[in-house]
Design a protein around this ligand. Structure first.
Ligand code: ADP
Ligand code: MG
Length: 261
């Protein structure tokens, strides 16, 4: 463990948003492990009906979701039913979602958050950093919850140079602005998860300027991610010396407030 940069006892809560499939969960899981390598205790909460945010922290196996356990156990639900220690001792939880075609995914996030808070999740585990991994295709009130009511203070937007990803990025920023009176979330910047399309860096950099925010870093596209996934692992554990793992460690330094050159 290195020197802890964040003030001890002060829980830092951040949210990662982005279009579905853009690489949020991959980025967040690698970031979580990189942060634990720096000595921080981390909690990762998946807020996507896909419920696979933490799958590569738990050996490729999905954990039961808050909404599933609520429907099975009702008021008998406990934190032990829904919080699991994964790689690097990251505390893993998934909100889950309604059955396809039934109910509302955004409403589900609200229900799951209320339940976790009622059970005292933050008090019991008291992590240094909480990371919400949130689907950003639709930023309705439910999906916007992590940036409201003081949940997350910083928002990181994962995007590629593709139009639809940048469109989602812009929507997410709008949501932060529209909710600015209800919480204290700020957009920290864009994380470019490369798709290797032509002029990708320039496109995302231009978008960052338009959005009056920053392009924080570029994560390369690397098949090591798929190899690591096949082992139910993050790249940071599977190939710690790889270029992509170094990018994730750089992101960890940014999140911890130790901005690299
Ligand atoms: P999201 O959480 O945004 O829906 P995921 O993190 O699940 O997206 O990523 C979708 C897929 O894209 C993953 O299964 C992973 O294989 C792949 N992927 C994500 N980032 C990278 C990358 N930098 N290099 C290679 N593959 C990636
Ligand atoms: Mg995901």
């Amino acid at each position: 463990a290195g020197i802890l940069l964040l003030e001890p006892g002060l829980m830092k809560k951040i949210a990662f948003y982005g279009k579905g499939g853009i690489g949020k969960s991959t980025t967040v899981s690698n970031l979580s492990v990189a942060l634990t390598d720096m000595g921080y205790s981390v909690m990762q909460i998946g807020c996507d009906p896909k419920a696979d945010s933490t799958i590569n922290l738990t050996k490729g196996e999905k954990i039961p979701t808050v909404l599933t356990m609520m429907s099975q156990k009702g008021s008998g639900i406990t934190l032990d039913d829904v919080v699991f220690k994964g790689s690097g001792n990251v505390y893993c939880a998934e909100t889950g979602g309604p059955k396809p075609g039934c109910g509302c995914a955004g409403r589900g996030i609200i229900t799951a958050f209320e339940q976790l808070e009622l059970l005292g999740i933050y008090e019991r585990y008291n992590p240094d950093i909480v990371i919400y991994d949130v689907l950003g295709d639709v930023v309705c009130g439910g999906f916007a919850l992590p940036i409201r009511k003081g949940y997350a203070e910083e928002v990181y937007i994962v995007t590629s140079g593709e139009k639809m990803a940048l469109y989602a990025a812009d929507n997410i920023q709008q949501a932060v602005i529209n909710n600015s009176s209800r919480g204290y979330a700020k957009v920290k910047g864009l994380v470019l998860n490369s798709r290797n399309i032509p002029n990708e860096f320039e496109a995302v950099n231009e978008a960052a300027i338009q959005m009056k925010t920053e392009l924080l870093l570029k994560i390369p596209r690397d098949s090591i991610i798929q190899e690591a996934e096949n082992h139910g692992m993050t790249a940071v554990e599977y190939a710690p010396q790889s270029e992509i793992s170094q990018a994730y460690r750089k992101l960890a330094k940014i999140v911890a407030g130790e901005t690299p050159e």
